[in-house]
Design a protein around this ligand. Sequence first.
Ligand code: NDP
Length: 483
Amino acid sequence: MPDTKFNLIAGSWTAGVSEIENRNPSDITDLIGLFTQASADQLEATLDRARIAQADWAGYGLERKQAVLMAIGAELMSRAEELGTLLSREEGKPLAEGRGEVYRAGQFFTYYAAETLRQLGENADSVRAGVEIDVRREPVGTVAVISPWNFPTATASWKIAPALAYGNAVVWKPANLTPASAVALAEIIDRQDIPKGLFSLVMGSGADIGQRLVESPRIDAISFTGSVPVGKGIAAAAIQNLTRVQMEMGSKNALAVMDDADLDLAVTLALSGAFGGAGQKCTASSRLVVHDRVHDAFAEKLVAGAQAMKVGHALEDGTQIGPVVSDRQLSENLDYVRLGKTEGAELACGGARLEMPHDGHYMSPGVFLNTRNDMTINREEMFAPLTSVIKVGSYDEALATVNDTRFGLTSGIVTRSLARATHFRRNARTGVVAVNLPTAGTDYHVPFGGRGDSSYGPREQGRAAAEFYTTVKTAYISAGNPA
Ligand code: NDP
């Protein structure tokens, strides 16, 4: 049996009260490792130490902090192949995506390394004569980071990097489905020149350690990515302590394909948006809203493209779609397939469990045709390699359909018309809009987040992150008489 990997509690690698097995979703006979689970007492010890360490860290010079973040980023980028392999092995995304995710995680750290040196405030004259005002940002304190399994390294990094850059302590509870990537990142951070206990890793179940963490009055801010029901529970817990909270949750992103679109481009964008990461992305194109003049040609190419995609072991050459993350996720996906058919949608291809040489959670990419936007498969986030085509008769109907959802993370349009692209960009009710680009795939130096049930609280990433990870202080200074 492999050694058990420990938590980073108050600056020391520590065994918890129990352990979980982590298995490869491409091949469940592959045991990746055993991972400890934190106790309630260990969480308390972590929170005690974080408070002290944060005060030390706030006193570090800017360049010292910058060097720490830069070193973490550089190591992630230089080890992208190795850590991307580990990520793909435990999460199931194809190696190119795993490698790319780790590299991107490194870029979050190098970006926020630079931001440590750009923490500019504002100066103003007071309305009172002889009084000046200095407005500056200060750290919030101790930040709880609760991250999901679908981007185990990148999502955690786009929270941890700004939290540290802006002077906070971090207590990180990763998803129990992807603990190996979490330990790898925590080891890198722990090796840096940071105060003992500034950064902690508390692996444990969401219902136990996650819940205790978000209920703790000693947490000053919570950044969460995951499902809507868990997000609502976290918000309810946070409000009891008036803890600030930022949440990125589900979505039901739509890609609109207009009658003037380059159809080959539209199909390429739809396939990558719908099936990248086996559809397990909050930015996935799960609704394809297609103008009736190009509907049949688009549908034919889309189905042919989906059927041609190679499903396989995440680490095998040529794999375009890996397994889904767990057996539970697979059975929920198959429930949605049954539900879609019951509701009257036509399953044109895929949507089935696949038997493969390895014993994993494999599913063929599925395309539903003849769907209506009011069907459950077009209302709920499925987080599956499934997408639906909805036929519309005009641009106006397309826009109305895109916006007819309780979510609002990303949307996209494929068109050659500047007028339509511009109107769409300004009227799509989502936090991110893509023109002739996939709904999935965003940069790290600009804000990310959505509307409706997709997000709550300030935006993540880019300089927008300062809103959440800092608190503003306004100082009034009376200079007195120089004579
Ligand atoms: P969850 O919302 O359950 O998990 C997200 C994170 O929250 C995990 O770290 C989880 O820990 C933790 N967590 C769970 N319960 C609590 C709690 N009570 N208090 C604090 N933390 C908690 O998502 P699932 O992994 O169960 O996925 C279910 C669905 O959620 C998916 O099918 C998808 O629709 C959506 N989802 C959306 C994501 C996005 O990117 N927007 C990401 C992941 C999921 P642990 O896993 O260890 O229990």
